[in-house]
Design a protein around this ligand. Structure first.
Ligand code: PA5
Length: 465
């Protein structure tokens, strides 16, 4: 089993110059603080305060999920996850990375599991179309909400419940699986009242750190994804992340590069650009993790900081024809993290039908594999020669083992970056505001005062052309 690697040559001054590049002394200057943050995280882990760290070792629980998934696979051909944010993005990332390409379109034998749909949006056209397209009797709905009250997910749940009862009558219950808190929340109450099948979001694991919990692992296993392999990969990364040495711990290195580039070199944005379609939704998952964890108004002492780096997702080679012009020549405000896959599952040779057309004949006899590798090198070269800090995370291949490593590394990096920025990486007051606003304006009892407050705070006169 191979490890993922980080090549950070082009973050440093010798590659891109002093104005944008870091020097060794920058890391050295950080190491005293890094040691303290490391010690703090280690002791919080030991005390059980940060349970996400130990999720890779929940093998017994994972085997139970695999058992549940095999029953799901026997009874249903479709699973729809109703969830949003941390209750959805990890599942999508796993499906895109480890499901069969075109997963939902191939035969069940090739898929090795259910068709999986993650309904993380409440656009009525889209959601309505999904519900009317799937055969209800072949579909199980996994309602995922840690709080058990998120307006988007609960609305979807109510629509689905009504549909199931109307269309399927008495058998409706077996089409619902709820993943929520063990004890608290409305969804838990409903599950208990109606005796619905449930799985638990472990205590103390916030939405965006739930990749290795039933939130993502149940749908992933139901789609035929090797969840034990992912946990093994995550555990391998955990081993590598046990050291407090910034240059040896991949997660700490990743976080330090981001922090130093932000605070010393003004890189207020970070672009994650996989050169692998399978990894495109990892960039989306990371966007939430980095943004929601580090984008904070106040530091841990309550002082205003307005910290956070804006994460951007891009996709190679697609965005070479869209974003790279800006990245290479625009403002010096971005850091780049390219994801490179050394070996693809498919070898796709390019035929040679146009030998008399020198403008394209050179491509014949080569392969898409070589072309995407060259394109990644080209972007790296262009960024570097234009003095744009860039690093590459190299995955030997996209597999359960490497994906587990990557997701776990990014989670640990986020926790460590919280320490560097001195913010609470595990809360999300800004997200809670959106939730409160929806509750108030949609008329939830107990939110009457909030509704009046929000209404009075709105500008009365709209400027509209
Ligand atoms: O990371 C988070 O905490 C959020 O993105 C939540 O996952 C999201 O708001 C959904 O919350 P819940 O799972 O409570 O429905």
């Amino acid at each position: 089993m191979q490890d993922i690697k980080i090549d950070y040559t082009n973050i440093m001054a010798p590659a891109i110059g002093k104005a944008n590049g870091l020097i060794e002394e920058n890391f050295t200057a950080l190491s005293f603080r890094a040691d303290k943050i490391h010690d703090d995280l280690v002791s919080r882990r030991k005390s059980g305060d940060k349970p996400f760290y130990d999720l890779p070792y929940k093998i017994k629980e994972a085997k139970e999920l695999i058992k549940a998934a095999s029953t799901i696979k026997k009874n249903f051909s479709n699973m729809v996850v109703l969830g949003i944010g941390g209750s959805a993005l990890g599942t999508t990332a796993m499906l895109t990375a480890l499901g069969r390409p075109m997963h939902n379109f191939v035969s069940s034998r090739k898929r090795g599991g259910v068709r999986l749909f993650v309904a993380d949006n409440i656009d009525p056209d889209e959601f309505g179309a999904l519900l009317s397209t799937l055969k209800l009797k072949d579909t199980v709905f996994n309602v995922v909400s840690k709080s058990g009250s998120t307006a988007e997910t609960m609305s979807q749940f109510m629509i689905v419940l009504d549909l199931l009862k109307n269309k399927l009558g008495r058998g409706w219950k077996k089409h619902l699986i709820l993943t929520t808190d063990a004890k608290e929340g409305i969804l838990r109450e409903i599950a208990d009242t109606y005796r619905l099948k449930t799985f638990v979001v472990p205590d103390g694991v916030g939405g965006r750190f739930t990749a290795f919990t039933p939130v993502c692992l149940l749908p992933a296993a139901s789609a035929g994804i090797d969840i034990l392999g992912m946990l093994k990969g995550a555990a391998r990364m955990d081993e590598r992340c046990r050291t407090g040495d910034l240059r040896k711990n991949p997660a700490y290195l990743f976080a330090s590069i981001h922090y130093l580039q932000d605070t010393l070199k003004g890189k207020k944005m970070t672009v994650m650009m996989p050169y692998s379609y399978r990894l495109k939704d990892v960039a989306d998952w990371f966007r939430q993790l980095w943004a929601e964890s580090l984008g904070k108004a106040r530091d841990i002492d309550g002082n205003p900081v307005h910290a956070g780096q804006t994460p951007i997702k891009a996709l190679g080679a697609t965005d070479q024809h869209s974003q790279v012009q800006l990245y290479v020549e625009g403002p010096f405000d971005k850091l780049f993290c390219l994801l490179e896959v050394e070996s693809f599952k498919t070898e796709m040779p390019i035929p040679e039908p146009f030998e008399d057309q020198p403008g394209i004949s050179y491509l014949g006899g080569q392969s898409l594999n070589r072309l995407i590798a060259v394109e990644k090198d080209g972007t790296e070269y262009a960024l570097t020669t234009n003095n744009r800090p860039n690093m590459t995370i190299k995955l030997p291949e996209v597999s359960a083992h490497t994906l587990g490593q990557l997701l776990y590394m990014l989670e640990v990096a986020t926790a460590f970056a919280g320490g560097l920025y001195r913010v609470d990486a595990f809360d999300q007051p800004g997200v809670e505001f959106g939730k409160q606003y929806a509750y108030a304006m949609m008329g939830r009892a107990g939110y009457e005062k909030k509704k009046a407050e929000y209404e009075s705070g709105k500008s009365k006169k709209r400027l509209v052309v």
